[in-house]
Design a protein around this ligand. Structure first.
Ligand SMILES: Cc1cc2nc3c(=O)[nH]c(=O)nc-3n(C[C@H](O)[C@H](O)[C@H](O)COP(=O)(O)OP(=O)(O)OC[C@H]3O[C@@H](n4cnc5c(N)ncnc54)[C@H](O)[C@@H]3O)c2cc1C
Length: 256
């Protein structure tokens, strides 16, 4: 189907984009990579009168090493995240989960910010943001604010973003030297998670000293498996080998 008619603007700064959203009110919609929004428009499940394209805002793209954390611009594509050295070294779980998203075409266009803002419970990256204690930077009419991941995901497709808000950056603390793994159960024909688990552990002397676990598509939002974290920590489980790949699973594991 062809989307309903809409106006289109491509601002070159975050401030301009916020202003455009504010002026249009609930008639406007942000477009990032378009991988979730365009199918919605084509099915006419939404008919915004204005699309605000974030593709012209250089500030929103790219990955910075900021000492004790890695900051990922909201408009950074999955493709760039997977290939980034500081992500691979310090936030390996993000790269591992991102590799399982969709196919090459979607990974070239889709963005981390778009995925988190869309807040589909089956999306793979919310559980990673939650498990790794990411912080989300939001720009709005009142300026910028930082929201911890647990306060960002509110319900099915619902986040802390207001009508005129833009997610600008996602900040991850560094997990250098941690082991991590994204275990995804999906139908062979599609990449979407039926369920998935994002896990990172710090191992000391062969036992788990710290653990972070997030769950995908097991509720209306990503879930932090705090009980599992405490239990594996308290009992100091010894690591086992990763084992071989099984049909219907995507194993993306990096041991330290
Ligand atoms: C065939 C196919 C298979 C897929 N498989 C998977 C999969 O296996 N796993 C998975 O996780 N995802 C999957 N996806 C979804 C994909 O990851 C999307 O790219 C992602 O959900 C949205 O990112 P985007 O940049 O394309 O955002 P868009 O589609 O442009 O936007 C999505 C929503 O977020 C809002 N938005 C976007 N950016 C911002 C921002 N910076 N601030 C505020 N609001 C914003 C938009 O207004 C819109 O409501 C798949 C998609 C397709 C088409």
């Amino acid at each position: 189907m062809i989307p309903a008619q809409f106006d289109y603007v491509k601002p070159s700064s975050v401030e301009e984009a916020v202003q455009a959203l504010q002026q249009a009110g609930d008639e406007a919609k942000i477009i990032a990579g378009g991988q979730s929004l365009l199918p919605v428009l084509r099915l006419r499940l939404a008919a915004p009168s204005l699309l605000v394209d974030l593709g012209g805002i250089a500030e929103l793209r790219g990955i910075r090493d900021e000492g004790d954390r890695v900051a990922v611009g909201a408009m950074t594509s999955y493709y760039d995240i997977i290939r980034d050295e500081s992500v691979q070294q310090h936030v390996a779980l993000l790269a591992q989960a991102t590799e399982t998203v969709a196919d090459g075409q979607v990974r070239h266009r889709g963005t981390l910010g778009g995925s988190l803002a869309h807040a589909d419970p089956a999306g793979d990256l919310g559980a990673v943001a939650l498990a790794l204690d990411a912080e989300l930077v939001i720009a709005g009419p009142e300026g910028r604010r930082t929201v911890p991941a647990p306060q960002f995901f509110l319900d099915y497709f619902t986040t802390a973003l207001g009508e005129s808000d833009i997610l600008t950056e996602i900040r991850f603390p560094k997990y250098t030297g941690w082991g991590s793994h994204y275990e995804k159960f999906n139908r062979t024909a599609q990449a979407w998670s039926m369920v998935a688990i994002a896990a990172a552990v710090r191992v000391e002397g062969g036992s788990i000293a710290e653990a972070r676990v997030g769950l995908t598509n097991m509720g209306s939002t990503p879930i932090r498996a705090a009980g599992v974290e405490q239990r594996s920590w308290a009992t100091g489980h010894r690591r086992r080998g990763a084992g071989s790949s099984r049909k219907g699973h995507r194993r993306h594991c990096r041991a330290e």
